[in-house]
Design a protein around this ligand. Structure first.
Ligand SMILES: Cc1cc2nc3c(=O)[nH]c(=O)nc-3n(C[C@H](O)[C@H](O)[C@H](O)COP(=O)(O)OP(=O)(O)OC[C@H]3O[C@@H](n4cnc5c(N)ncnc54)[C@H](O)[C@@H]3O)c2cc1C
Ligand code: SF4
Ligand code: SF4
Length: 1965
């Protein structure tokens, strides 16, 4: 209010006998004080005034009446005193204002002291602020002054907001001193930091040194608005700007990309941008200084603002129309504020100044365009660089994947292939899916980069994210960098800055910057590396010295480059983020930050997230040189397209970065990089205070965590990994951060637990569930915050029968919001059926639901989501829900919209979503009807009206402050809140979002519960936790932290068959879940029962835990944090976390409040709805007794969502169709309608409104008709006036709307079927429209038709400029020519004219032939495509029709290799190409020789096709040593590399895990293939063949050469036994530099490889080749030495530093039956070994099969080898006995995937026998009883009996002989091949080694009971496989190395991954 002399002068006269000076000569204002201290403060204030040559004239206690205010407000009510201050002497007005300002500022800085209240609401000559924690109604009674009739005013600025989302306080209430703000400043932290930094370069001549008295400009502890107010005031009083210009500087328009903006205005903004970054965020800022009053809207138009001007010169502006009753006949103008525009009233001149005029005046006030010529550009710098003859080609240091620096900076092959290369190839980031399930950085022991500790914050509820795709016109990455000039004096110096178009700079440009001398600029380069030898202490010292050096450099330079270029073997780099953060903050503190640009030259940063964090902490430009160098060298190596130049590589990469940065900024609602920079919009998870204080001040880090010292150690760890232990690192360490990798980071979803979960749910198998629980628990302990907790259990649990039954607990379970579209119909429906059966809930997700589904009580999802894309949201959809859930954010990608790639949008999906088949759908990140908490409250209300039965839920994502947001949401009357964790799954999103945004739900739920309790709101809300919840433990933790309900997504998907392929976004889910491909959908095998089984097993686990906790009902668990304690286990890093905040018991914060969620009902006051009257009046039509009803009523803006409930009743009865065609409800209304007028209006209702309406008219229009025209008495011309507000027809699906007048911003966004006519629209009209018709008879705003893929808009292009305002990306602008179009437009014009009496329509009809040419048809290309397809009757029924025909014959496919190379499809290869089966030579041929049986030539030919079958699984089960390859071979990777013809790289990957692939590639039974995910429904990938081919190819090419270790440790190791385990162990130890001697008792090296496995399977040349290599590498082999006999084991152990026993399981199992002693009965090994020795030239003394009847007992691999050998000997007959029954041809239920398939197989020997003898040699279920004698002591036959296997009651198999089946088989040679019992005993006896129960060497981590004796292979593990033997040998070697190196090892662990060291050391070469 302006000062009121009529009231105040007499009042002061009467009350205090004081005569106030004349108006304008004194200042007054209200102070908040407390009664106790007010005198003290008033005295201080008075004396300060005196000091500044002013005097306090009087104090007055402000009259107040608190009788009507709330208790909370009353509790903190201030004592209000009004001061009157005069100035001594006379002074001009400006001077007066300045002095009062100084007084108030200094008082605010110096007087407050803690615990005492002192706050000055305002101190001004013209205005006075009355404010408080009051509603607008309470204001008038609270301040009797205001109600005084004497109180009159020429302006008033009133601000009221929805019960605020923050903790309210009197001080923070609006208006502030100059502004009132309806919005949120997202960039606050950066703005405040930079304002502080600016203090170093600010100067004002009038203030002189006194300026410093005003610092800090932004007073501490203010709200965002408070801070903005401070800066605004400062600019006005000290910045030589008038109020409007100051506002314009802080909240500029989106000027960068606006071609319609005048040049002078653009130049002004450009100049102003060099002065200050925007204060960005949604805002309607109204401001006044007592003369001017005005308002400005943010650049995106995210707040509504409407105004009327009346005939008597009154202007009423508010966020709604109808707030103040005006006679319509008096209104001469109705308009709105447009995005970025300003409206100003000059009360002195009595004029309204509109935006254009105002800004033109300001733009012309100085020669800004001229000044801009002073700007420095990159081009200019490049030019001078060239002219100065400086080298323009800087050195690249490309060395490909072998570059050591990659490892130093934690690059992995995974990130290179998944993130970097797609950026260079496709100019955008790659998509991923299925969430993030790896450990938080603070729990990871793999030395994650510092960036990983930072989680991007995002906008939710209180402010909106931005749509960076469709609304990119408002986004900009352009920035001025370098020294800022004095902001307080506008002049050309301000543009002496370098203008960068985007922040990522090339290596070339960096060099230019570094060397520049242009305009006397210079750069100082600071090395951020330090010498290795200075150790971690050096790290900290260096950090400090970098800061000091930067400060020093800022004095003489304009650019500082922080560079890690010098890092290498001798120097360790400090993280560039750490260095940057430290320098940025140090320079701010020193007030030097604005003097320089900070440029980061970094090898470390390469991902979008990295660059964003750097920008967020103050980097001005970043040169990620290593990423660029790597890309160049990969181009050189042919991995990238060789035609890409360095320049193009940079451009592509930078383009991808820009898109990524825009997306990250947009999710926080920030549009310009200038304001994002330094805004610190991150939360740190797991960083300690010292890190935050030093480098990231002001960043939230709620759970403490790792210190600078730990970060230093981790830097050393990375350095050590790179330079110390290159011994066995052939490839970059890849810890499997995205896809699971054996031996890498733990994932929550890893093979063992996925397999166990599926087995448990499918078979209702409790023991499998137990396995699942155990393995998941281990992962939870490693990955999740909740894993840090233990439960406080009772010694004696409660009896289980006292615990709430599982059937009740499951009712609290819900499945997550996975949309139909993202997942298949089958999967979606299965979940729904299951959850309906158990009484829980399933969720539609955002994709909508077809009526066929939602009308079926079994198949419907009871939770229906309403997301920003509004897919299928109709009145009927809403009416049939139990819960309506507003999706504000999604855990996996908060701040981003849902994403469905085009190839997943099948015809069926398109129908459900009301969209166009084949066109990708990316939902807008914001709901366009939710730009504030008030808007959310409105949507909640709308939905409640659209279905009063439904519970309204709001889905939020965990981040700091989510509790406060939730409390706002609760006040907005939500009844249910979901808090999702960051780790939830998603169908598709960029990895940046999946990995780096959002926080764990543990933090979110705890915070939400606590804040709701604190605000006594908890009882109104049912709270659900959601995100990677799996086990009963997870559920109980969630409950104890405050969750009433639990959401599950990934786990039920796994139960239904999901294997975490992470291919959802590719539509290639091989198990038919996340796909719309009809072929793949057929593979879906999930059953509702499986889901139900899981839910109940889980609930039972919950019950057991409840019993242990002593809690009987779930409800009693809620909020009981006292039952939790922090675990004492865990890694050192994990122990650093401080979880006290989570563990705070909310009830201790506010004892006694009701915390039972949902026990208090939200009061929507539905009884007051206008709809009640409408329903009553329309009763006859509703119950079918009447055909038509006409209703007439008045309406005002308090009537919201009018007709939504009426529509609900119709939808309940008639579903989607609305009223039957012959029934009508006609409603005529008069007045200003409240928000959401006619939302979800259904067919059959016609609403006519004479007046105007607010936002969201016709939201979700569902068939009804809306007609709106201005009051007939209003004199204005409708087409120049605004008739409806923002976001009208949002998500309309059908119906008609005729609006005579202009519609504001975002008209018909996401319209998918409605027809609308309107006389003009604001910005972003028809955005993301997918259907319907819009006719616009007037101007449009900018960005029309952005993202429009369907429907048609016809625009009358009045001024001929439409094309400049239309977004042309997806639409064609056509002429209105086609007859169909012309007829349609004419019809609509006639309808419009008839219904609204539109003058414009009438004119157009009259002049149609002439005007027709001025119409533009906006026609989306995609829509044209669809129409064309329809026309040719080839409508896309299903996008999957695009399938290429299935290739039947591989041979055909590979005939033309060149063609094939181009054509091969790796993404869908598994669907297109069959598995190669012909891996052996033909049996007829091969059985005639002893050569290897393999058909190498044939296999090789189809190899790339076979590699293309590999799906590159997210969880490659093939690799897992629980089911797949024991070595953890990196199979998907080599498959990919072979596919790409990168054999050398493939070899490196193979050798990283497997020492001898030439052996396994031949003889391994390939458990990997048994576990291959493809094997679930198709023949698995031919992994083994590919493995063999890689190594053979390498040998052939001479790539395999002896690798002699570079150094020797001097340690001696003896390995006993030279089988595969002994060889692998020796190989590894030799690599580590130890001196290895292998002792072998046989005459040749190789163990069973040499003398066991026949030559046909493994050529002895292949074995010898490897042995020779090993010998050449330095391993000594001593053959014919039987340890224990020839040399004592004890001696050996004393002589050598370590001994490894690899003696194999050589003790064969015997068959002690009658006749066993007869001749001709041999162990298989006698037979095989002797023969192989003979083949190698020895004398043969062993058994031979020629012409003999051979019986082989034992059906395993050994048996098969005996068959093949006997066959080749020329046996007369061959029979094998197997006691077990014949396996079934397919897996049985008890042998589910990925277990090794126990199925009937035909191995090479069996096949050969079949060819030779015509039948399979195997006899199953047969028991040998006796060996028969031929009378000469030689066997002649074998007596047998058949057996039968049955299960006993306990489920165990029982064997019974079948009487009467005795039989005799003739036999001349019997071979016993029944396996082995363990190692021979001699060594064990000599060394007194303990044996295990199976008589193998007993070990722990390969160590025996003797300290230096180890064991590996079959002697430790029992009879096994070659692959296991190698794996054992490798891992045993690692333990030996550790033993020899005092706990350190340089050898890789499982999966070939170097494991984290517990004691890192840096290591120069
Ligand atoms: C016939 C047959 C066929 C097989 N086929 C396959 C197959 O196709 N695929 C597959 O994956 N697996 C197969 N296996 C299993 C596989 O060969 C073994 O699991 C693997 O060889 C075990 O390796 P190891 O190093 O532990 O022991 P071994 O290979 O048994 O080597 C142990 C070595 O220690 C020596 N030794 C023992 N005691 C002493 C001592 N006191 N002093 C000095 N030396 C000693 C032995 O002479 C022998 O050379 C087969 C096994 C057999 C018997
Ligand atoms: S070693 Fe065996 S299990 Fe491992 S990948 Fe090769 S064939 Fe498969
Ligand atoms: S080999 Fe099989 S399991 Fe392994 S990644 Fe390929 S498809 Fe998946």
């Amino acid at each position: 209010m302006p000062l009121n002399m009529r009231l105040l002068a007499p009042t002061m006269g009467d009350e205090q006998n004081i005569e106030l000076p004349p108006f304008g000569k004194y200042a007054t204002g209200i102070f908040y004080l407390d009664k106790l201290h007010h005198q003290e403060f008033e005295a201080k204030f008075a004396s300060l005034a005196e000091e500044l040559d002013m005097s306090v004239l009087a104090w007055r206690t402000v009259p107040t009446d608190n009788s009507s205010i709330g208790t909370v407000a009353k509790n903190t009510e201030p004592f209000m005193r009004q001061v009157f201050v005069g100035v001594k002497g006379d002074a001009p007005e400006d001077e007066l204002d300045r002095r009062f300002f100084i007084l108030r500022k200094r008082a605010s800085h110096t007087i407050p002291s803690s615990g005492k209240r002192f706050y000055i609401c305002s101190l001004s000559r013209r205005t006075i602020v009355y404010k408080g924690q009051l509603t607008s109604d309470q204001l008038w009674t609270y301040f009797p002054d205001l109600a005084d009739p004497l109180y009159d005013t020429y302006l008033a600025l009133v601000h009221t907001r929805f019960s605020t989302n923050t903790f309210p306080s009197w001080e923070r209430a609006h208006p502030l001193r100059m502004l009132a703000h309806n919005g949120e400043i997202n960039t606050l932290r950066g703005n405040v930091n930079l304002m502080k930094a600016r203090e170093g370069v600010m100067y004002n001549e009038e203030y002189g040194e006194k300026l410093k008295d005003l610092y800090p400009v932004v007073e501490p502890n203010l709200s965002d608005s408070g801070s903005a107010d401070c800066v605004l005031e400062f600019l006005v009083h000290a910045g030589n700007r008038k109020l409007p210009e100051a506002v314009m500087t802080m909240v500029p328009e989106a000027w960068h990309n606006d071609p319609t903006m005048s040049e002078e205005k653009r130049d002004y903004y450009h100049w102003a941008a060099c002065i200050m970054e925007p204060w960005d965020g949604p805002a309607l800022i109204s401001f006044t200084d007592g003369r001017f009053i005005g308002a400005i809207l943010d650049r995106n138009g995210l707040r509504p603002s409407r105004f009327y001007i009346t005939k008597d010169n009154m202007m009423i502006m508010a966020s709604e129309v109808g707030v103040y009753d005006v006679d319509p006949s008096q209104v001469i103008f109705k308009s709105r504020l447009k995005p970025g525009r300003m409206l100003l009233v000059d009360t002195q001149e009595k004029s309204v100044i509109q935006d254009v005029e105002l800004k033109q005046q300001i733009a012309r006030s100085r020669p800004h365009s001229e000044w801009l010529k002073e700007q420095i550009t990159m081009d200019e710098l490049r030019q001078t660089h060239l002219e100065a003859n400086r080298s323009s080609k800087p050195k690249y240091e490309p060395s490909g994947l072998g570059d050591k620096r990659l490892s130093l900076y934690g690059y992995s092959t995974e990130t290179i292939h998944m993130l970097l290369l797609p950026m260079v190839n496709n100019k955008k980031e790659a998509l991923g899916s299925m969430g993030n399930d790896v450990p938080l950085a603070c729990l990871s022991n793999f030395a994650p980069l510092l960036y990983d500790y930072f989680k991007q914050l995002f906008a939710q509820v209180t402010n909106p994210p931005i749509d960076p795709f469709r609304e990119k016109v408002v986004m900009s990455l352009q920035c001025p960098i370098g020294p800022e000039a004095n902001i307080l004096r506008p002049d050309p110096k301000q543009v002496h800055r370098l203008w960068l178009k985007q922040p990522v700079i090339s290596i070339v440009d960096l060099e230019v910057l570094k060397q520049t001398t242009h305009r006397n600029w210079s750069a100082h380069i600071i090395d951020i590396t330090f010498p290795v030898e200075s150790g971690p202490v050096g790290f900290l010292k260096k950090l400090q010295s970098v800061c000091e050096e930067a400060h020093q450099a800022s004095k003489d330079n304009q650019i500082i480059v922080l560079s890690d270029r010098k890092a290498g073997s001798e120097r360790v780099p400090i993280s560039s983020l750490l260095a940057l953060g430290a320098v940025h903050h140090h320079l701010i503190e020193m007030r030097a930050r604005m003097k320089v640009a900070l440029v980061v030259e970094t090898a470390e940063a390469r991902e979008v997230h990295h660059v964003c964090v750097l920008l967020g902490y103050g980097a001005d430009a970043i040169c990620p040189y290593l990423a660029l160098e790597l890309a160049s060298s990969l181009r050189d190596q042919g991995v990238l397209d060789t035609s890409l130049t360095d320049e193009v590589i940079f451009q592509n990469y930078a383009q991808a970065m820009q898109t990524g940065i825009n997306k990250v900024m947009a999710k926080m609602g920030i549009s310009t990089l200038q304001s994002y920079k330094g805004a610190q919009i991150f939360e740190a998870v797991g960083l300690a205070e010292d890190v935050i204080d030093k480098c990231f001040r002001g960043t939230h880090s709620r759970i403490g965590g790792v210190t600078l010292e730990t970060l230093a150690q981790e830097a050393f760890q990375r350095h050590g990994n790179t330079y110390c232990i290159a011994t066995d690192s052939l490839i970059l360490r890849d810890t499997g951060n995205f896809h699971w990798r054996a031996g890498g980071e733990k994932h929550l979803n890893e093979p063992a637990s996925i397999a166990a979960l599926q087995e448990s749910a499918i078979n209702k198998n409790q023991s499998a569930y137990e396995k699942f629980r155990e393995s998941t628990m281990e992962s939870v302990r490693n990955c999740m915050l909740r894993g840090r907790f233990d439960l406080r259990t009772l010694d004696e649990p409660l009896p289980l029968d006292e615990i709430e039954p599982a059937s009740e607990i499951v009712k609290r379970f819900a499945t997550g919001a996975m949309s139909f579209g993202s997942i298949s119909l089958e999967a979606h429906q299965t979940l729904a059926i299951a959850m309906n059966k158990v009484g829980g809930k399933s969720n539609t997700g955002e994709g909508g639901e077809d009526p066929e589904r939602y009308l079926d009580p079994q198949k419907r999802s009871s939770i229906k989501q309403v997301a920003s894309g509004r897919f299928g949201v109709t009145s009927s959809y809403l009416a049939h829900a139990d819960d309506l859930q507003i999706k504000m954010a999604q855990g996996a990608k908060p701040g981003e919209g849902g994403e469905l790639p085009g190839y997943k949008v099948s015809a069926e999906i398109a129908k459900t979503r009301h969209s166009v088949a084949g066109v990708g759908l990316i939902s807008p990140p914001p709901h366009h009807d939710i730009y504030s908490i008030e808007d959310l409250a409105e949507l909640i209300y709308d939905l409640k009206c659209a279905n009063p039965r439904a519970r309204i839920s709001v889905k939020l994502v965990s981040e700091v402050g989510v509790g406060v947001v939730a409390s706002g949401v609760a006040k907005g009357k939500a009844e249910h809140i979901v808090v999702s964790g960051h780790d939830g799954g998603t169908g598709a999103s960029s990895w940046t979002g999946i990995k780096n945004a959002g926080l764990p739900w543990e933090l979110g739920i705890a915070e939400t519960h606590q804040v709701l309790v604190l605000n006594n709101l908890r009882s109104r809300i049912v709270l659900q936790a959601d995100g990677q919840i799996r086990t009963g433990f997870d559920v109980v933790i969630a409950a104890l932290l405050g969750a009433d309900e639990i959401g599950f997504s990934t786990a039920p998907l796994i139960v239904m068959g999901c294997t975490m392929m992470r291919k959802c976004h590719l539509n290639t889910c091989p198990v038919g879940i996340a796909t719309q491909d009809p072929i793949l959908r057929k593979k879906f095998t999930g059953q509702p029962e499986h889901v139900i089984n899981y839910m109940f097993m889980l609930a039972e686990e919950v019950r057991q835990l409840m019993a242990k906790l002593g809690v009987r009902t779930y409800q009693e668990l809620v909020g009981r944090t006292d039952l939790l304690k922090v675990s004492e286990e865990g890694s050192a890093k994990a122990k650093m976390l401080n979880l006290n905040l989570i563990l705070t018991n909310a009830l201790h914060m506010r004892p006694g409040v009701n915390i039972k969620g949902g026990s208090q009902v939200q009061d929507f006051q539905l009884e007051n709805r206008m709809d009640n009257i409408l329903i009553e009046k329309a009763k006859g039509v509703l119950d079918g007794t009447e055909k038509t009803v006409d209703i007439e009523m008045k309406i005002n803006n308090e009537c919201r969502a009018v007709t939504s409930t009426l529509s609900y009743h119709i939808s309940c009865k008639y579903d989607e169709q609305g009223l039957p065609d012959d029934q009508h409800i006609n409603i005529r209304l008069n007045g200003s309608a409240g928000q959401s007028f006619c939302a979800f209006l259904v067919n059959g209702i016609t609403v006519t409104l004479e007046g105007d309406a607010n936002d969201y008219v016709g939201k979700g229009l569902s068939g009804g008709t809306i007609i709106i025209y201005p009051p007939k008495t209003s004199p204005f011309e409708s087409h120049l006036n605004v008739i409806v507000g923002n976001v009208c027809l949002y998500g309309a699906t059908s119906g008609r709307a005729y609006m005579r007048g202009i519609a504001s911003e975002r008209f018909a966004v996401r319209n998918s079927g409605a027809v609308a006519v309107v006389e003009g629209v604001g910005d972003h009209g028809c955005e993301y429209m997918t259907g319907g018709i819009v006719l616009i008879l007037g101007l449009t705003g900018r960005n029309f038709a952005a993202g429009m893929s369907g429907g048609i808009a016809y625009v009358w292009d009045v001024d001929g400029k439409f094309s400049t305002k239309c977004n042309p990306e997806l639409v064609e602008l056509c002429k209105l020519e086609d007859k169909e179009d012309v007829d349609l437009v004419k019809t609509l014009l006639h309808e419009f004219k008839d219904l609204t009496e539109s003058v414009i329509a009438e004119q157009l009809i009259n002049e149609f032939d002439e005007r027709r040419k001025e119409f533009v048809k906006v026609f989306p290309y995609e829509y044209q495509r669809v129409l064309k397809q329809k026309a040719t009757e080839q409508m896309v029924n299903n996008v999957q029709q695009n399938h290429e025909p299935k290739i039947q014959d591989i041979e055909d496919a590979v005939t033309d290799v060149a063609m094939e190379q181009k054509k091969l499809d790796k993404v869908r290869g598994f669907m297109k190409y069959p598995r190669e089966t012909g891996m052996y030579r033909p049996a007829e041929k091969r059985m005639k020789d002893w050569d290897e049986i393999y058909n190498f030539g044939h296999v090789r030919k189809g190899l790339r096709v076979q590699a293309a079958r590999c799906m590159d699984c997210g969880v490659p089960f093939c690799q897992s040593n629980s089911h797949g390859c024991p070595l953890g071979n990196i199979i998907p990777k080599w498959n990919f590399l072979v596919f790409q013809n990168q054999w050398r790289q493939a070899l490196n990957h193979l050798l990283q895990t497997n020492n001898f692939p030439e052996f396994t590639g031949r003889v391994c039974p390939a458990p990997c293939e048994g576990a291959c995910v493809l094997g679930i429904s198709e023949p698995s990938v031919t992994i083994k063949n590919i493995e063999c081919a890689i190594i053979d190819h390498a040998f052939e090419n001479g790539w395999i050469t002896p690798q002699i270790p570079q150094f020797r440790t001097g340690k001696q190791v003896a390995v006993v036994g030279s089988g595969p385990s002994g060889l692998a162990c020796a190989h590894q130890l030799n690599k580590a530099g130890h001196t290895v001697t292998v002792f072998e008792r046989n005459d040749r090296v190789g163990g069973l490889l040499q003398y066991g496995i026949p030559t046909m399977k493994l050529s002895k040349n292949v074995v010898q080749r490897r042995v020779d290599l090993l010998a050449a590498e330095g391993i000594t082999f001593k053959t014919n030495v039987n340890v224990g006999k020839d040399i004592s084991a004890k001696e050996l152990s004393e002589e050598y530093d370590a001994v490894v026993l690899c003696t194999g399981a050589t003790w064969p199992r015997d068959l002690p039956l009658p006749g066993r002693q007869l001749g001709g009965i041999h162990f298989a090994m006698e037979f095989l070994e002797s023969w192989q020795k003979k083949q190698l030239g020895a004398n043969h003394s062993g058994p031979h099969a020629k012409d003999k009847n051979v019986i082989i007992i034992g059906g395993g691999d050994t048996g098969c080898d005996c068959i093949a050998t006997s066959l080749r000997h020329g046996a007369a007959s061959i029979t094998t006995f197997e006691i077990l029954p014949e396996p079934s041809p397919k897996r049985t239920a008890d042998n589910p995937w990925p277990q090794w398939p126990r199925i009937f197989r035909v191995d090479y020997g069996h096949d050969e026998v079949k060819v030779r003898f015509g039948g399979d040699p195997r006899v199953f279920s047969i028991l040998t009883q006796e060996f028969l004698d031929n009378g000469q002591g030689h066997v002649s036959g074998v007596k047998t009996v058949n057996v039968e296997w049955t299960k006993d009651e306990s489920g165990r198999w029982q064997m019974n002989q079948v009487p009467g089946t005795e039989r005799v088989f003739p036999a001349d040679l019997v071979l016993l091949a029944m396996g082995f019992l363990g190692p021979e005993r001699a060594i064990a006896d000599q060394l007194e080694l303990t044996l295990d129960a199976r008589s193998n060497f007993n070990t722990k981590e390969y160590k025996t009971n003797l300290p230096n004796v180890f064991a590996a292979g079959d002697c430790r593990r029992g009879q096994s496989l070659v692959v296991w033997a190698i794996s054992e040998g490798r891992q045993a070697a690692r333990r030996v190395d550790e033993f020899l190196n005092q706990g350190q090892t340089v050898l890789p662990g499982p999966g070939g991954i170097i494991q984290p060291s517990t004691n890192p050391v840096a290591c120069p070469v």
